[in-house]
Design a protein around this ligand. Structure first.
Ligand SMILES: Cc1cc2nc3c(=O)[nH]c(=O)nc-3n(C[C@H](O)[C@H](O)[C@H](O)COP(=O)(O)OP(=O)(O)OC[C@H]3O[C@@H](n4cnc5c(N)ncnc54)[C@H](O)[C@@H]3O)c2cc1C
Length: 391
């Protein structure tokens, strides 16, 4: 047997999983088709990741948090959800969450770099770059990955963190629910004239949704979700037109808003694997659950799933048991499913509701906001779900 575990994909989930297990001394191989240069210095991709308290905890335990300069960590103190216009928002107050802030914001490229930096020094974790996995096969006690070069590598367990469109998931015969929202998310960084008070805004307009998320200083991350057929209306704007429109939509509350980066489009497809494992094979990260970004849970779930699977593996390994056995993988599947399925279905239902502009959908939206506004227990449940503060 070549390795204890082979991980396919050194995205943030694959790297975090490798790092969480690195202390066990297990012999781990991480295979990534991108170059080492990209892993060591990923470029800015427009994604500013909203992180929960649980993610903060896991990233602190793994040393990832310390690798990110304070100037690149922003706080979300409060959040406002608005329907149709900016009046009368549903307000999430950090003071009612029992925490000093609802969450954190860190750029995806900083997270990826930090995950690489804390994993690389471990001698028992080898990172193979510029290498693509073409095939996966598993037998009773081992699995084998076949590389593009023709080389085959075996391990007691194969873990796939190879994105929401995971090719190996299909090879292993795991059916996956896919929802193409027919929408595109356009993200960028914007400079403000006035303070944002560390408040996040989620505005559900009738033609698009607009999230304005606070970044350090007078900057924010802007996330526009729009029907893909209309995405050109945003992407073809000049920086001046974009700034003017966003300033107008936010009714001047941040003064003049100026585009600070290019615009990054991401087509939106939600995915949920029927099972997070097969024989000697497990799925983590987006390969297990590919969330719509509106509830900002993709990487938070990726990290949480990596931690859950690693904990089950560690427990078995330390007892000298077979860590790739079905009962170990089933426990991971059950726990991760319980955590993610309600949020996955809830997010998709929310997206459906806020994409329609029929009178019925508008009424349902207003009712939903009112429940959140005037029924504090409901607001608390939503807040706990979104921040993972209680986990
Ligand atoms: C616009 C937007 C905003 C978002 N905002 C948030 C947010 O606020 N909060 C949050 O928690 N999440 C957010 N997310 C989600 C988050 O970005 C993803 O969940 C996360 O990046 C997924 O990481 P991953 O490692 O699972 O997959 P990926 O980042 O897709 O990595 C997969 C890796 O596998 C490699 N790979 C694939 N196939 C192979 C192969 N055959 N052989 C070798 N290597 C392979 C790829 O090269 C890649 O490096 C957002 C996403 C988007 C698009």
């Amino acid at each position: 047997m070549d390795h204890d575990i082979v991980i396919i994909g050194a995205g943030p989930a694959g790297l975090s999983f490798a790092r969480i297990l690195a202390d066990t001394g297990m012999n781990i191989l991480l295979i990534e088709k991108q170059s080492e240069k990209i892993l060591a210095k990923p470029s800015y991709d427009g994604r500013e990741i909203a992180l929960t308290h649980l993610s903060h905890k896991i990233m602190s335990q793994t040393g990832m948090w310390d690798r990110i300069d304070d100037k690149n960590i922003s706080l979300i103190k409060d959040a406002k959800v608005l329907d149709g216009n900016l009046e009368n928002p549903l307000f999430f107050d950090h003071q009612k969450s029992g925490k000093e802030n609802l969450g954190f914001m860190i750029s995806n490229h900083h997270i990826r770099r930090a995950a690489y930096e804390v994993t690389k020094p471990y001698k028992n974790v080898k990172i193979m770059t510029d290498v693509e996995v073409l095939n996966v096969e598993t037998k009773a006690v081992s699995g084998t990955v076949a590389l593009k070069s023709g080389k085959k590598i075996s391990a007691k367990l194969i873990v796939a963190a190879d994105s929401r469109f995971s090719a190996t998931r299909r090879m292993m015969g795991i059916p996956t629910a896919m929802q193409d929202f027919g929408r595109t998310c356009v993200v960028c960084k914007v400079k403000l004239d006035r303070d944002h008070d560390n408040t996040a805004y989620e505005c559900f307009f009738y033609d698009r949704t607009l999230a304005v998320l606070p970044l350090k200083g007078r900057y924010c991350s802007v996330v526009i979700t729009i029907a893909t057929k209309d995405a050109h209306l945003v992407l073809d704007q000049t920086p001046q037109e974009f700034g003017q429109e966003i300033t107008k939509r936010m009714e001047g509350r941040f003064g003049k808003m100026t585009l600070d980066t290019e615009l990054f489009p991401y087509p939106l497809v939600g995915t949920y694997a029927d099972k997070f494992y097969a024989n000697r094979y497990a799925l983590i990260g987006d390969a297990a659950v590919g969330m719509h970004p509106v509830t900002a849970h993709g990487f938070n779930f990726g990290l949480r799933g990596a931690y859950t699977l690693a904990s089950e593996i560690k427990a078995a390994y330390e007892l000298g048991l077979d860590f790739g056995a079905e009962d170990v993988l089933l426990r991971y599947h059950t726990t991760h499913c319980q955590t993610t399925l309600p949020m996955y279905l809830g997010t998709n239902a929310l997206v459906g509701l806020y994409t329609k502009s029929t009178p019925l959908a508008k009424m349902a939206r207003r009712t939903l906001l009112s429940i959140g506004k005037y029924f504090p227990p409901a607001r608390r449940i939503i807040m706990n779900q979104l921040t993972e503060a209680a986990s």
